[in-house]
Design a protein around this ligand. Structure first.
Ligand code: ZN
Length: 291
């Protein structure tokens, strides 16, 4: 991934917590609320994970090899395969849901979400339960390499779809709010599901996060609180991946069962599910998955 894409990638996503506090149209914001300009396009497609309504401003097409439809279809197929080929709980593995995906530029984003101080850096975000907004200016800021832009768009879509899946695992609630867990799940899911995407080179997404983690010493990997920067995202994803690597997706589902049913933090749920003390969990994280 080139410098430009890395720069654009550096602030992927925002937390559910941010989203529920920033949005001025949280309950009913839809593509119909957003004037996408002359030549706006829309499409309704059927995918294996449910029907999707897409809308985008025609102006965004010039920076990608094709219109966004192709990336959405590939991402939806990858998510479907990822969910069905593993041990996700039935409620996410089998259920279909309605999706809405809107592609907007920075001008529209700041107009419709004026209260988010960081919005200018985010390439995408999700509004519960199932609305995804993609800020294409932040994926390809100067409209450079179209292949990099296409790859990054798919990667961002997988990440945001991961937020939708996690929201469902939490039982359709945002509580308990935990940005590190939320971004960690989306980062892990983005890597996991990218293995099922046809249009992304195998290992590219995982390699991106591995490289970020390679700059962090083992004794720092779990130190400090969550920081919403690229390394912080990578570290958050590693906490999820650590559970999956040792206990499988079945183990991760048991952790989410505890979070949903008992309102536990991620770390407390991990301790309860596997009898891992905080020290043990930190050691497992430090040992996990960095090559
Ligand atoms: Zn995110």
């Amino acid at each position: 991934m080139g410098w430009q894409a890395r720069r654009a990638r550096s602030a992927l996503g925002v937390s559910l917590f941010s989203l529920i506090t920033i949005s001025n149209c949280i309950s009913n914001c839809s593509s119909q609320d957003l004037a996408l300009g002359v030549g706006a396009r829309s499409a309704e497609i059927t995918t294996e994970i449910g029907p999707m309504k897409l809308s985008w401003a025609r102006t965004i097409e010039r920076c990608f090899n094709s219109n966004p439809l192709r990336s959405v279809v590939d991402s939806a197929r990858a998510v479907s395969r990822a969910l069905r080929n593993s041990r996700f709980s039935d409620e996410v593995r089998l259920s279909r849901r309605d999706w809405e995906i809107v592609f907007i530029d920075r001008v529209l984003a700041t107009k419709h979400f004026p209260l988010d101080p960081d919005l200018g850096n985010h390439p995408g975000f999700m509004l519960p339960p199932n609305k995804i907004f993609i800020l294409t200016d932040n994926i390809t800021p100067d409209c450079g390499n179209r292949q990099i832009a296409d790859d990054l768009l798919t990667q961002v879509l997988l990440h945001e779809m991961g937020h939708v899946i996690e929201y469902q695992l939490l039982g359709g609630r945002q509580s308990p709010i935990d940005r590190e867990r939320s971004e960690g799940f989306a980062v892990w899911f983005e890597q996991y599901s990218s293995d099922f995407a046809s249009d992304l080179p195998k290992g590219q997404v995982r390699g991106y996060y591995r490289e970020l983690l390679s700059s962090v010493g083992a004794n720092k990997i779990t130190a400090g609180g969550f920081v919403a920067d690229p390394v912080g995202y990578a570290k958050a994803g590693l906490k999820i991946e650590t559970v999956v690597s040792r206990k499988g997706i079945t183990g991760l589902m048991s952790v989410y069962d505890l979070i949903r049913e008992q309102g536990l933090s991620y770390e407390t749920a991990v301790e309860k599910a596997f009898s891992w003390s905080p020290t043990t969990f930190s050691r497992h994280v430090a040992e996990c998955c960095r090559r």
